[in-house]
Design a protein around this ligand. Structure first.
Ligand SMILES: Cc1cc2nc3c(=O)[nH]c(=O)nc-3n(C[C@H](O)[C@H](O)[C@H](O)COP(=O)(O)O)c2cc1C
Ligand SMILES: [Fe+2]
Ligand SMILES: [Fe+2]
Length: 398
């Protein structure tokens, strides 16, 4: 599998991973992936942008050599240091240890811990420009897309924008230009799956990243996975889709989502009493019995809510598993600062409510009380107290 000429001064020199079936442990990649790397040439000077993964260095370095001797490369830009783009860089540096490597402060610090060998590092600032031959590379700091180290690189004169993982898709194709690939349907599917898995926890940062490139003139978006974008329609479409998927829902009322499990129905009685109280308020309210509901619906309503009430009976001194399973679908980047409450019926030791709040705190949620628990079957008096708890919880959202 060979290097590809994108235009007179730009080459794709990445590597193909057709057999990859799982990325970052949890993401299914049924179409494989590529680790894109690019060489930009200007007046006899060469810059390499993004790297490759260890295990793929032979193809990567081989593709570079088709374009230029590795010893002649003066500059490398490391836009992101996740090992799929950085673990093979040590192999490149064995051939040419003089390359000047540019990246964000964290990227350079990370790379030091990945290469484990000295190299020439230059820490960039937002908006900093460097010269390659007759051209200028401008660095655009765009953090948390999807690591805190991430940057974009723009060559204004050529209208090239390098975005690393942003606008990527896990799909192994050849040739690498989107306009030339046959698998358009599979590509569209991978582009969305990729956004959901990699970018969606960072929606506020996606919006900032999009704003930073909105007014740039771009002929090529040179990403790091799957086909690069080489037409005005594809570039507009990718920006529009990211904009839509990263949208902040506009809601005028506060929203509470309640999720619970109940075996003999005692926790359910508490849930229903709380629901009755919440409905007295001018808030949007969603309620789910976890074992009867689709995870994706619950996650969507939890992520969209201002406050979440988690309910579980205590079973074998802990929260019952479906509640934990659901909470494990959530991540701190999205849940941070949302208000958490907890409730449940218990028999004798009653650990579940405290453990629900512990998990909520791990998700960086805020807790405003110690939760609400009842021994076994709630009395009418317990249900009055449950309503008071819920009312206090709603008031805590403002
Ligand atoms: C298998 C099993 C294990 C239990 N383990 C505990 C426990 O460790 N500590 C406790 O306080 N209650 C324990 N209980 C009691 C339940 O928490 C109690 O029956 C509660 O009322 C169930 O509420 P639910 O009707 O909402 O499921 C256990 C119940 C079952 C069925
Ligand atoms: Fe990454
Ligand atoms: Fe990546």
């Amino acid at each position: 599998m060979a290097s590809e000429k994108i235009s007179s001064n730009l080459f794709w020199v990445g590597s193909h991973d057709p057999h990859l079936r799982r990325f970052d442990i949890v993401m299914e990649t049924k179409y494989g992936s590529t680790y894109n790397s690019y060489i930009f040439e200007s007046n006899g000077e060469y810059a390499l942008i993004d790297g490759s993964k260890l295990g793929f260095e032979e193809e990567w370095l081989g593709n570079i050599k088709e374009v230029v001797a590795i010893e002649k490369i003066s500059t490398m830009v490391v836009q992101h240091t996740e090992p799929d783009h950085s673990s093979a860089i040590a192999e490149l540096l064995k051939i040419n240890p003089n390359i000047q490597i540019y990246g964000s402060p964290l990227a350079m610090a990370n790379l030091r811990e990945i290469v484990n060998h000295p190299f020439n590092a230059h820490v960039i600032k937002d908006g900093e420009k460097i010269t390659i031959g007759d051209d200028t590379l401008e660095f655009i700091v765009a953090p948390n897309l999807h690591w805190p180290d991430t940057i974009f690189t723009y060559i204004e004169k050529q209208k090239y924008l390098f975005t690393c993982d942003f606008f990527g898709a896990h799909i192994c194709v050849e040739p690498m230009a989107l306009s030339a690939i046959a698998q358009k349907k599979e590509y569209a599917e991978s582009f969305k799956v990729y956004f959901d898995a990699i970018m969606s926890p960072f929606k506020p940062f996606v919006r900032v990243g999009l704003a930073k490139i909105r007014n740039l003139k771009i002929d090529y978006i040179l990403n790091s996975h799957g086909p690069y974008l080489d037409s005005p329609e594809a570039i507009r479409n990718a920006q529009n889709l990211y904009q839509k998927w990263a949208e902040q829902p506009v809601r005028l009322r506060k929203k509470v989502t309640m999720v619970y499990c109940s075996n003999y129905g005692y926790t359910k009685l508490i849930a229903e009493a709380m629901a009755e109280a919440i409905k007295e308020y001018d808030v949007e309210f969603k309620m789910y019995d976890i074992v009867e509901s689709a995870t994706s619906d619950m996650v969507a309503d939890i992520e969209d809510a201002d406050g979440i009430l988690f309910g579980s009976p205590t079973i074998v001194a802990d929260v019952i598993r479906p509640v934990y399973d659901l909470m494990n679908e959530l991540n701190p980047f999205v849940m941070m600062n949302k208000i958490a409450g907890a409730f449940g019926s218990y028999g004798w030791s009653g650990e579940a409510v405290g453990n629900l709040l512990t998990r909520a705190k791990q998700l960086k949620m805020k807790t405003i009380d110690d939760g609400f628990k009842v021994r076994l079957n709630p009395t009418a008096d317990d249900l009055v107290k449950a309503k008071a708890y819920a009312a206090n919880f709603v008031n805590g959202l403002y």
